[in-house]
Design a protein around this ligand. Structure first.
Ligand code: GDP
Ligand code: MG
Length: 685
C-alpha cells in the first residue's frame, strides 16, 4: 500500500522501539489485544510483529520491533530495526522506555531523535515510578529532548489514548530542532531555548562540513545530520551505502567522542528532570547481592534449577497419576468400541498399540511439561533469567567466548528452535555459528519425558538427580564444545554482553499464563501430529517385513534397520535394535523416543507403574540395566536435534555444509560421551 493511500484512510504507521525489557511487547499487546508471547529474555522478539488499533478518526498500524540498546549496526537486531525505522513504512517512532530506569534508556532515545523522524517518547512503567515515589519533570523532559513525552503503563493500561493522540498530533512534525543554530558564524548555545543534544563546537563543525559534502553528492538524502554523524563515527553500513570522501574533514574516528557527549547530555537531562531520583530499589540490590554474587551466582543458579526439576518430578508425577487414570479409561473405551465394531485385529493393533500407545505415552507427561514451563516462566518474568545470563557472562568471557552466547543457550531449556533463532543476537558471525551448533546440547523440554521415564525406571529415589545431571551435563557440553570450536575457528574479537539487569518484579499472572498455555498447546499439537505420525510409522515398520505382516518383530523392516546399526552403537551400551530404532525415530521429535519404546515393546501405558515395570523386565531380559539407561539419557541429550531444529539451523546458517557439520558434531559428541561413560561405568558396576 502506498503512503498516499494510507494517508487517505488516515492510517498512521507506528513503530515501537526500545531497549529489551522496557515493555514494548506488553504495550503493543495492550493496544492490539494480541496475545503475543511476552517473554523477557533479551532477544526474544526477534522478528517484527504487526497489529492494528484505532483512536478517534485515525487507524494505526503498530509494529513491535526487537529490543535494542543502540542504533549502531553491530547486531542483526540493530541493523534490522534501524533499516526498518529509516524506511518509508514508518510515520512515527514510538520510543518505549522504562521510566523507572530512564537513564539507561535515554541513549537510544538520543539516537532516535537524531534520525529526524517524528519520535514520541512513551514513558512506560509509570506505575513502578509512582510506587517508588520517583518524580519525573514532565514539563522539562520534553523541552530538553525536543519530543513529546507521554507517561503510560502497559500493565495498568493507563495513558494509552493520550499516547495515540500524541502520535497523530506529531506525525507530520519531524524533529527539526536538531539543526545546529548558526547565526552570523557564531555558535550559539542558549541553554533554555536551545534543546536537544548539541555536540562540542569541534564536532558540530565537522557535522556541518560532512552535511555539505553529502548535499553535493546526494541531494535527495533525508536525515543528513544523522548520516553525517554516522560517518564521523565510521559506521560500516552508512559508509558503504553512501561512499563519500571525508578524510579531509575527519582525521579520526569520532565515535567515542560522540558517545561520551551523548552520555554527558543524559547526565544533564537526569539532573534536571528526575526530581526524586530513587536509587535501584533496596530489595533488588539485596537480592542481587546473593543471586549475582561472583562466587555464589553459579551454585545458586544450579540450586534453583535443581529445585525446578524436583518440582517437575514430584508434583508432576503426582498429577500424572490422575491423568493416566483418565487416559487408560479412554483407551480401553476406544479398544472396546473397535472390538464391538468387529474391525480386524490388525486395525485394533494399529490404533491401540501404535497410535494410542505413542500419543498417550507422550500426553501423560503433560503435567511434568506444565510444571517445567510454569517454573521457567516465573523465573523469566521475575527478572531472574537476565541474572543468569549476567552471571554466566563472566564465565563465558573467561573462556574466551561471547557472553551473549548464553542467552540462546538459556532459551534452549525450553526449545531449541527459538534458541537457535535467538543466536541472531550475536554480532560476530563465527560466534553465531558456534552458538547455533552447541545450543541443541541444552536440555530442551522434549527430552524431559525420556529422562522421566528412564530415570524413573532405573534410579528409584535418585531419579531426580539422574535427570538433573542431564541439565548440567548439557550446559557443560555446550560450553566445552564451544571452547574447542573456538580453538579451531579463531574469532578475532569477543564482545561481552552489556546486560542491564531489570528490577525484580512480582511475576504477572497473565503473561505467565499466556506463555505456559502456548507451550502446552504446542505440546498437545505435537502429540497429535508429529508423534501420532511417527508412532504409526514405527508400528508399520515393526509389523511388516519383506513378506508382508510378520509374526515375530525380529523379522520386520524396523528390526533390519536397527540391527544394521547395532555394531556402531555397541560401545555406547545401546547396541539393541529396538533402542537404535527408537533413537532414530527420535529425530522426528525427541519425545518420540519414548513413544517408540512403548510401541516397540508393546506397552500401552508406558508411564504407569505397571507399564514401566513390564518395560524394565523386558529391557532387563536383554541385559539393559541402569548403566545402559544412563548412557541412553546421555545419548538423547546430545545427539542430533529434532527435524524442526535442524531445519532452523539450516535457515539460520544459510549453509548446507554447516548444517551437516553441526549434525556430525552433535552425533559425534553424543557417541563419544555415552561410550566413554558406558565403558568406564561398566568397569566398576
Ligand atoms: P519487551 O522486551 O520490551 O518486549 O518487554 P515486555 O513487554 O516483554 O515486558 C518486560 C516485563 O516488564 C514483563 O515482565 C512485563 O510484564 C513488564 N511490564 C511491561 N510493562 C509494564 C508496566 O507498565 N508496568 C509494570 N509494572 N510492568 C510492566
Ligand atoms: Mg518484546
Amino acid at each position: 500500500m502506498s503512503k498516499n493511500e494510507n494517508n487517505q484512510r488516515n492510517m498512521i504507521n507506528v513503530a515501537f522501539i526500545g531497549n529489551p525489557n522496557c515493555g514494548k511487547t506488553s504495550l503493543f499487546n495492550a493496544f492490539t489485544g494480541a496475545r503475543l508471547k511476552v517473554a523477557n529474555w533479551p532477544g526474544v522478539t526477534v522478528e517484527k510483529k504487526e497489529g492494528h488499533t484505532h483512536y478517534h478518526d485515525h487507524d494505526y498500524k503498530l509494529v513491535d520491533l526487537p529490543g535494542i540498546y543502540s542504533l549502531t549496526s553491530y547486531t542483526m537486531e540493530e541493523t534490522l530495526s534501524r533499516e526498518y525505522i529509516l524506511g518509508d513504512d514508518v510515520d512515527v517512532i514510538v520510543n518505549v522506555v522504562d521510566a523507572s530506569s530512564l537513564e539507561r534508556n535515554l541513549y537510544l532515545t538520543l539516537q532516535l531523535i537524531e534520525l529526524g523522524k517524528p519520535v514520541v517518547l512513551a514513558l512506560n512503567m509509570m506505575d513502578i515510578v509512582e510506587e517508588r515515589g520517583m518524580e519525573i519533570d514532565l514539563h522539562r523532559l520534553p523541552e530538553m529532548l525536543g519530543i513529546p513525552a507521554i507517561p503510560v503503563s502497559a500493565r495498568k493500561k493507563t495513558g494509552l489514548n493520550i499516547l495515540m493522540h500524541a502520535v497523530a498530533h506529531h506525525k507530520d512534525k519531524p524533529v527539526d530542532k536538531t539543526e545546529h543554530h548558526h547565526s552570523e558564524g557564531q555558535h550559539i548555545h542558549r541553554h533554555h531555548d536551545e534543546f536537544v543534544l548539541v555536540y562540542s563546537d569541534e564536532i558540530e563543525d565537522k557535522i556541518d562540513a560532512v552535511k555539505n559534502r553529502l548535499k553535493e553528492h546526494y541531494p535527495d538524502m533525508k536525515n543528513k545530520r544523522w548520516h553525517a554523524i554516522k560517518m564521523l563515527a565510521l559506521d560500516d553500513e552508512v559508509c558503504k551505502k553512501y561512499p563519500v570522501e571525508i578524510s579531509d574533514i575527519a582525521d579520526k574516528n569520532y565515535e567515542s567522542d560522540i558517545v561520551a557527549q551523548k552520555y554527558d547530555f543524559i547526565d544533564e537531562v537526569m539532573e534536571e528532570c528526575m526530581v526524586n531520583r530513587a536509587e535501584k530499589s533496596a530489595r533488588t540490590d539485596k537480592i542481587d547481592a546473593v543471586l549475582t554474587h561472583k562466587i555464589w551466582g553459579v551454585p545458586v543458579f544450579l540450586g534453583i534449577m535443581a529445585l525446578v526439576f524436583f518440582f517437575t518430578f514430584t508434583v508432576g508425577d503426582w498429577l500424572k497419576g490422575y491423568l493416566e487414570i483418565g487416559l487408560d479409561w479412554l483407551f480401553e473405551a476406544v479398544a472396546g468400541f473397535l472390538a464391538m465394531c468387529h474391525v480386524s485385529d490388525w486395525v485394533i493393533s494399529l490404533v491401540v498399540d501404535g497410535a494410542l500407545a505413542g500419543v498417550g505415552g507422550i500426553l501423560s507427561f503433560l503435567p511434568n511439561i506444565f510444571i517445567l514451563f510454569l517454573a521457567l516462566a516465573i523465573l523469566e518474568d521475575s527478572g531472574y533469567m537476565s541474572r543468569v545470563a549476567y552471571v554466566m557472562n563472566h564465565i563465558m568471557g573467561r573462556l574466551g567466548l561471547s557472553g551473549r552466547a548464553f542467552i540462546p543457550m538459556l532459551l534452549g531449556f525450553g526449545c531449541s528452535v527459538p534458541a537457535v533463532m535467538a543466536s541472531r543476537a550475536l554480532e560476530n558471525p563465527k560466534d553465531r555459528l558456534r552458538t547455533i551448533m552447541v545450543t541443541p546440547f541444552m536440555s530442551c523440554s522434549a527430552k524431559l519425558p525420556v529422562y522421566v521415564l528412564l530415570s524413573g525406571m532405573f534410579f528409584g529415589k535418585y531419579a531426580v538427580f539422574a535427570a538433573f545431571s542431564m541439565y548440567v551435563i548439557g550446559m557443560v557440553a555446550a560450553v566445552l564444545v564451544s571452547v574447542i570450536l573456538n580453538k579451531i575457528m579463531k574469532t578475532d574479537h569477543v564482545n561481552n554482553l552489556l546486560i542491564e539487569l531489570p528490577e525484580y518484579k512480582t511475576p504477572n499472572v497473565r503473561s505467565i499464563w499466556i506463555y505456559v498455555w502456548e507451550k502446552i498447546k504446542e505440546y498437545i499439537t505435537k502429540a497429535g501430529t508429529t508423534i501420532f505420525v511417527a508412532s504409526v510409522i514405527v508400528w508399520l515398520l515393526m509389523n511388516f517385513g519383506l513378506h508382508g505382516m510378520v509374526e515375530d518383530m525380529a523379522d520386520s523392516f524396523g528390526a533390519c534397520i536397527g540391527k544394521f546399526l547395532v555394531p556402531v552403537m555397541k560401545p555406547t551400551g545401546l547396541g539393541y535394535w529396538q533402542i537404535v530404532l527408537a533413537l532414530i525415530s527420535g529425530i522426528a521429535a525427541k519425545e518420540v523416543v519414548v513413544s517408540s519404546l512403548s510401541v516397540l515393546y508393546g506397552i500401552t501405558n508406558i508411564s504407569s507403574a505397571s507399564g514401566t515395570a513390564s518395560l524394565v523386565n523386558l529391557l532387563g531380559a536383554q541385559g539393559f540395566t541402569g548403566v545402559n539407561a544412563y548412557a541412553m539419557m546421555l545419548f538423547c541429550l546430545l545427539y542430533v536435534p529434532c527435524i524442526a531444529t535442524i531445519a532452523m539451523i539450516r535457515q539460520e546458517t544459510k549453509s548446507r555444509k554447516w548444517t551437516m557439520i553441526s549434525v556430525c558434531i552433535q552425533l559425534g559428541t553424543a557417541w563419544l560421551v555415552s561410550a566413554v561413560f558406558y565403558q568406564i561405568a561398566s568397569l566398576f558396576l
